[in-house]
Write a protein that binds this ligand. Structure first.
Ligand SMILES: C[S@@+](CC[C@H](N)C(=O)[O-])C[C@H]1O[C@@H](n2cnc3c(N)ncnc32)[C@H](O)[C@@H]1O
Length: 197
């Protein structure tokens, strides 16, 4: 499948209508696990997270004590995320275009998004200097994505392979894996610390 049929923003605008399920009960354990990891690895102050590929910003509801920032290419989803967290907290664009302007965060979260990008490792490297903790969740269900999502298959690479690449990258670049769990036999969620440079 091509990475994106028409362009990242248009493509994800088209997907927006199908996103009710991201706010549904099936997904709750995924958001709760990420919120628990953020709370346990980033207890200090100031508390702020950057949610890359934040979609409609659902994760924000699970982290009310954190200042929540998001990056989202779909204009439609970004509007919903802005309504949740404030317009100046959401950058509407792709991750590679994001300029932090000196800002840092308690954690950067990639929740079900890295395998949609052409080069997940490049995105990880780009964001690593912005926070002491990086949390990645990736769908790991051992079924064909095409069977699972039908027309919604648009990943740039196999999801399981994507997590392997990320962990290889982490191991060879001195990142410390703090936690690695399989949630509901669906999502692998890993919390890592990049080396301090
Ligand atoms: C499956 S949704 C997950 C949304 C959200 N993280 C959640 O779990 O509720 C994947 C998200 O990744 C975003 N995305 C895709 N390619 C992206 C890119 N290159 N940069 C930033 N976000 C991207 C999509 O627009 C979409 O919102």
């Amino acid at each position: 499948m091509p990475y994106c049929k028409t362009g990242v923003s248009e493509h994800w605008n088209d997907e927006s209508g199908d996103w009710g399920d991201l706010d549904g009960p099936l997904q709750v354990p995924r958001y709760r696990t990420i919120a628990r990891l953020v709370a346990s690895f980033c207890p200090g102050w100031p508390r702020s997270i950057l949610d890359v590929g934040c979609g409609e910003g659902v994760l924000r509801d699970y982290l009310p004590e954190y200042d929540y920032f998001g990056i989202e290419p779909s204009r439609i989803a970004a509007q919903t995320a802005s309504a949740r967290s404030g317009q100046d907290h959401i950058f509407c664009g792709v991750a590679a275009e994001f300029a932090p302007n000196g800002r840092t965060f308690s954690a950067v979260v990639f929740n079900e998004m890295l395998y949609y990008t052409p080069d997940p490792v490049a995105i990880l490297s780009q964001f690593a200097p912005l926070a002491p903790v990086v949390i990645v969740s990736i769908f790991q269900r051992p079924v064909s994505l095409k069977e699972w999502f039908g027309h919604r298959v648009h990943s740039s690479m196999n999801n399981v392979r994507c997590m392997q690449l990320i962990l290889q990258f982490a191991a060879t670049n001195g990142w410390r894996v703090e936690s690695d769990e399989l949630v509901d036999n669906r999502w692998r969620i890993v919390a890592m610390r990049p080396p301090v440079i």
